[in-house]
Design a protein around this ligand. Structure first.
Ligand SMILES: Nc1ncnc2c1ncn2[C@@H]1O[C@H](COP(=O)(O)OP(=O)(O)OP(=O)(O)O)[C@@H](O)[C@H]1O
Ligand SMILES: [Mg+2]
Length: 368
């Protein structure tokens, strides 16, 4: 394993892009591509980098095979099968008690499976936990108590645990503090930090051994809206630096715009998972179109009501919310017809379902 010091860039402070990160397997540049060799032709290097990125993204970082966990008689997670490719930002979503932390703790090698297996970056979770630990930065859902420990000591403690050589530790700690905007807190006691700062410190700790995978258990819980936004920016930046990230949450809107893929779990069962667009597509049978009229509204409403795909129309002033049952073609046909009839509209908007909509439909068993 390499311990080359990553040069991080801090999204919170809007530092320039282009930071490079050497991961545990030593191959990442800012966008997750393999670095170009010195003096290489830029176009060829770009091509090679694209090929390398595609190859990397097709390889799984996490595989769960029939993972299950029982606590006594109680089944917390049942036969969970999941594959998450390198470079993904995977949102693990489910209500309280769904089994998110149980699964995450297994991936972090802190919990024994009742059955099944996990493979992380090619290492078996059950047979090669040390190999797995080198690849994983784990952020637990609670911070723990660190009496009398200063911020730099906290990070040094983990750096020692990860066997980072003494000569490198100072630099690594400086870098992660900088990335997480905690440099000014370096000598403060950990227990005196605000919740938001503790969360950032905890994220800093996952980075000291520069693992290719981050597993974050509700990293933004209890944070104020600004701190949440900062956390999102950090996750995006870390992904840009080449990290694969699994992040759990039950605040769905928090993940909707940053995740590349998502898994929905309830009562220990993975109800749905896949790339974000696929998950949205699967629930887009009922479309909600918002139409704002300029004039000719009566004619417009007649056109809408006579459309066989129309299921419901709610009118509010010069605005109508239309529920349609159908595909993109059905939506396009309705727009065509309104235009053909010269109904003048200020806007015609296909309202994408939110992650909350997906979650409610999936957990109610309405979509599978
Ligand atoms: N050590 C344990 N002993 C007994 N039952 C447990 C233990 N840990 C978890 N459970 C149970 O397993 C189920 C899943 O818990 P888990 O912590 O994985 O849920 P979660 O999805 O992380 O929930 P939350 O959103 O509240 O963090 C819950 O019903 C919980 O009570
Ligand atoms: Mg949990």
């Amino acid at each position: 394993m390499t311990h080359d010091v990553p040069s991080f860039s801090n999204p919170v402070r809007q530092r320039p892009a282009g930071a490079r990160s050497e991961s545990a397997d030593g191959v990442h540049s800012a966008d997750g591509n393999a670095p170009a060799g010195r003096g290489a032709d830029p176009a060829t290097a770009r091509q090679a980098a694209t090929v390398a990125a595609k190859a990397a993204s097709a390889t799984p970082m996490i595989e769960l095979i029939d993972f299950g966990k029982r606590y006594g008689e109680f089944t917390a997670v049942e036969r969970l099968n999941l594959k998450i490719n390198k470079g993904e930002l995977f949102g693990f979503i489910g209500p309280n008690g769904a089994g998110k932390s149980t699964t995450i703790r297994f991936l972090a090698t802190l919990l024994k499976a009742t059955h099944g297996e996990g493979v992380i970056n090619g290492h078996s979770v059950t047979r090669d936990p040390l190999g797995v630990r080198r690849c994983v930065g784990y952020m637990p859902d609670n911070f723990g108590v660190y009496d009398g420990m200063r911020v730099w000591e906290f990070l040094d403690f983990f750096a020692v645990a990860y066997r980072i050589p003494r000569a490198r530790r100072k630099q690594v700690i400086g870098d992660v503090l900088e990335l997480l905007d905690l440099t000014h807190k370096r000598d403060d006691f950990v227990n005196g930090l605000s919740r938001g700062m503790k969360q950032r410190l905890c994220l800093a700790k996952t980075l000291v051994h520069d693992p290719p995978l981050l597993v974050l258990d509700e990293p933004s819980s209890g944070l104020d809206p600004r701190a949440r936004l900062e956390f999102k920016a950090l996750m995006k930046e870390l992904r840009r630096m080449g990290k694969t990230i699994l992040v759990s949450s039950h605040i769905l809107s928090e993940l909707a715009d940053i995740c590349t893929s998502v898994g929905i779990i309830e009562r220990g069962q993975l109800l749905m998972h896949g790339p974000m667009e696929d998950v949205y597509r699967r629930i887009r049978r009922n479309r909600h179109i918002e139409i704002k009229f300029v004039d000719q509204m009566e004619l417009g409403l007649r056109v809408i009501r006579s459309n066989p795909a129309t299921r419901d129309v709610q009118v509010d002033g010069m605005r109508a919310m239309v529920e349609l049952d159908g595909s993109d073609e059905v939506v396009a046909d309705l727009l065509d017809e309104l235009t053909r009839q010269r109904v003048r509209m200020r806007s015609f908007a296909d309202k994408d379902p939110t992650l909350e909509d997906v979650f409610m439909l999936v957990t109610k068993g309405l979509v599978s």
